[in-house]
Ligand binder design. Structure first.
Ligand code: DQA
Length: 146
């Protein structure tokens, strides 16, 4: 099984950006956490991060042609604006979990809107980096099928 972890804009700035919201762990720690979670579950993990909407769409489409079984996605700010990312997730029909490090529903009103959510089998918010581990476990154990 292969799981692709996709992160959107400014997630590469973890550990630097708004630490009171996103914590002090950096993107490298996020990647290590995902890879370790994959090793534990016997799942291959690939992590991808981009600050560009079209690149995120390209990577979601790439997943379809490259045997990806599950996607964990934090589209970051594009969560609240991107119909293109929603359409890409719908197009590939790969089970996808939406993750947010912060508890988006308790922040500004515009963060309550998520376009991608309607194409996702689960949403995890406010669990920090652990949310990615939870999402990987959920996909690896096929929880979305139950
Ligand atoms: C985020 C929440 C978004 O609103 C924000 O734009 C981000 C990160 C999160 O992980 O909590 O960049 O997706």
């Amino acid at each position: 099984m292969k799981i692709l972890v996709i992160n959107g804009p400014n997630i590469n700035m973890l550990g630097i950006r708004e630490k009171h919201i996103y914590g002090s762990e950096n993107y490298e720690t996020l990647v290590e956490t995902c890879i370790k979670a994959g090793e534990k579950l016997g799942v291959e993990i690939e992590c991808y991060q981009s600050n560009h909407e079209g690149d995120l769409v390209d990577k979601i489409q790439w997943a379809y042609f490259n045997g990806v079984d599950g996607i964990v996605i934090n589209p970051a700010a594009y969560t609240h604006t991107s119909v293109a990312i929603l359409d890409a997730v719908k197009a590939v029909s790969i089970p996808t979990v939406e993750v947010h490090i912060s508890r988006v529903e308790e922040r500004e009103d515009f963060r309550r809107i998520s376009y991608v959510r309607q194409a996702c089998c689960r949403t995890i918010t406010g669990e920090g980096i652990k949310g990615y581990e939870m999402a990987i476990k959920y996909l690896a154990e096929g929880e979305y099928k139950k």
